[in-house]
Write a protein that binds this ligand. Structure first.
Ligand code: FAD
Length: 286
């Protein structure tokens, strides 16, 4: 039984996040990505969950399939939104019975395009407790270096994150572009008495418009210096990609040098950026 907290103790981890594809074409892209990233020997991979259960079976099937590949450990994301307690217990029990021993417990956001009821559990910490009751499963939670957009203030968000992480095993962060946001989060959690591993989430910039949209959605900072650097090459998509990879590499180095327990890449189901950054960091020879 492979538990992510045990893997994190062995030294800096490399992990990749995927989402369950919707179409046969997207499935082919993900298959190619899995093949392209396999030589990087990820410590684990994770598969997102459509809040409200919109990807319930697809997330399940992909997690089970990847977890069965030689040397692969797959973690399932799961969200509270739109589910009854009994449904969540059934989902977690099924994973446990099928040998999936790592779950990322999330609050989730109600999808804008679907009519989803709020659900019986309001916050991720309640899902952490539910998973603990079901069985021997390692539990990750989300953490927000720049606080969560629904938080009234930074201190409140840090306190809720500390309470949640104290009952879980590790955290993975939302993406960010300035290392100090991550180190501030880790220091604040330590001040609150919580020193479980917090793995930083990395999102390489691939397109200025896309990253600005995503950053605005999560209510975080898109640094003006990075925007200026990207604008300077703005008409050339390949140059934008190159700057994105250079800056992500620099951020990863700073995080690892500062003691981060690993790097979690938001791959968006594509391989090139993650491969290039891993190669720059000397994590890969492919
Ligand atoms: C690594 C990562 C992976 C993700 N994967 C997915 C995914 O697969 N599917 C998906 O739909 N979404 C995903 N998300 C997004 C996430 O579900 C949303 O950002 C959601 O709004 C917050 O989730 P949470 O688990 O932090 O929720 P919570 O911990 O419940 O926090 C949500 C808000 O409530 C506050 N809060 C927490 N506890 C309490 C309490 N006891 N009382 C009052 N307020 C409280 C927090 O400060 C925060 O403002 C992911 C996010 C991250 C960082």
């Amino acid at each position: 039984m492979t538990r992510i907290p045990d893997l994190l103790r062995r030294g800096p981890s490399t992990s990749f996040e995927f989402f369950p594809p919707r179409t046969p074409e997207a499935e082919t892209v993900l298959e190619e990505t899995l093949v392209a990233l396999a030589p990087l020997a990820p410590t684990f991979v994770s598969v997102t969950y459509g809040a409200g259960g919109t990807t319930r079976e697809r997330t399940h099937d992909l997690v089970v399939r990847i977890n069965a590949l030689p040397g692969m450990t797959a973690m399932a994301h799961l969200t509270c939104v739109g589910h009854t307690r009994a449904e969540l217990e059934a989902i977690v029990t099924r994973y446990r019975d099928e040998g999936i021993t790592n779950i990322l417990a999330l609050g989730g956001d109600p999808p804008a395009d679907a009519d989803v009821a709020p659900g019986e559990l309001e916050h991720a910490i309640e899902l952490v407790r539910l998973i603990r009751q079901v069985g021997d499963v390692a539990i990750g939670v989300a953490a927000f270096p720049e606080p969560h957009p629904r938080s009234p203030d930074l201190a409140t968000d840090r306190r809720f994150t500390a309470e949640k992480l104290a009952e879980a095993d590790f955290a993975i962060t939302q993406f960010f572009f300035e290392a100090h946001h991550y180190f501030d989060l880790v220091a604040a959690l330590a001040d609150l008495g919580v020193d479980r591993p917090v793995v930083p989430g990395i999102m390489p910039v691939q397109s200025l418009a896309a990253i600005k949209r995503m950053t605005a959605m999560q209510g975080s900072e898109f640094p003006t210096w990075l925007e200026a650097k990207l604008h300077a090459v703005g008409d050339d998509p390949e140059a934008v990609r190159r700057v994105g990879i250079e800056e992500a590499t620099r951020l990863c180095r700073e995080l690892l040098d500062g003691g981060a327990p690993g790097l979690h890449f938001y791959t968006l189901n594509r391989s090139p950026a993650t491969r290039e950054i891993a190669t720059n960091l000397g994590l890969a020879t492919v």
